[in-house]
Design a protein around this ligand. Structure first.
Ligand code: KIV
Length: 272
């Protein structure tokens, strides 16, 4: 028998069973490097299509493609061993009809080895979520502020500011849970509505710009580490790595300019 202990990844049923229990910790990662940092601390890693903006400098998430998501998904799987990895289905890869969603999701699962996919949308996506989950594809839903609909929203707008809109957003949450999603991201909704939705659905809610009363929280790693120049109100900067990186790079540039790097300890000597 091998002396190796195989680390078991967190499973979708385990996350589902966390409803109302210990809060679920989720963070994004887009590469093996950042996945290695996040994996020991997080229950779930999200390969979010926010990578289009954060990693590739695009204006919105709309430019992320299936191939791009798969490339980053593979990298994150190589850098993690215990957290459940969820890969976002990018804009245009699932909305047309359930079969399109199945082909895209099957590619993501088969080519990356991840456990689940995430897709945006409420009641209108319920049929698609049911199609996927009944065919063995674990789905995380995403309701409230759905960035792939930023054009229709007219910007990144908090949802539920008017109480008149609450019933429709809660109905979205109930619909995706009924369709079989094992968890749902609730993004950019007013705090009491996020708490009400959490009470109303039998699966974990994972908040971002939502409520501490959600069943878990997710943030974009680069935002909470302090790499992003401007961060929205809902982000707490848990670190200031952007400033630390700037100092280190400036030090390097100075050392190259004044020839103090490389020093004698960094260069190779001949044998004789
Ligand atoms: O793409 C992403 O990073 C996301 C999170 C913000 C929830 O969907």
């Amino acid at each position: 028998m091998s002396a190796h202990t195989t680390v078991k990844r967190v499973t979708a049923p385990e996350i589902r069973a966390r409803k109302g229990g210990a809060p679920i910790v989720m963070l994004t990662a887009y590469s093996a490097l950042t996945a290695r940092l996040v994996d020991p601390h997080a229950d779930m890693i999200l390969v979010g299509d926010s990578l289009a903006m954060v990693e590739h400098g695009m204006e919105s998430t709309l430019g992320a493609t299936l191939d791009l998501m798969i490339l980053h998904g593979k990298s994150v799987m190589r850098g993690s061993s215990r957290a459940l990895v969820v890969v976002d289905m990018p804009f245009g890869s699932y909305e047309a009809e359930p079969r399109q969603a199945f082909h895209s999701a099957a590619r993501i699962l088969a080519e990356t080895g991840c456990t689940a996919v995430k897709l945006e949308g409420g009641a209108t996506m319920a049929e698609t979520i049911a199609f996927l989950t009944s065919r063995g594809i674990p789905v995380v839903a995403h309701i409230g502020l759905t960035p792939q609909s930023v054009m229709a929203f007219g910007g990144f707008k908090t949802q539920g500011r008017e109480r008149a809109g609450w019933a429709a957003i809660e109905a979205d949450a109930v619909a995706v849970a009924r369709a079989g999603a094992f968890a749902m991201v609730v993004e950019g909704v007013v705090e009491p509505l996020a708490a009400q939705i959490t009470q109303a659905v039998p699966v974990p809610t994972i908040g971002i710009g939502a409520s501490a009363r959600c069943d878990g929280q997710v943030l974009v790693l680069e935002d909470m580490l302090g790499f992003s120049a401007r961060v929205p109100r809902f982000v707490r900067r848990f670190g200031d790595l952007g400033a630390a990186a700037d100092r280190a790079i400036a030090d390097y540039a100075r050392a190259v300019a004044d020839r103090s790097f490389p020093g004698p300890e960094h260069v190779y000597k001949p044998k004789d």
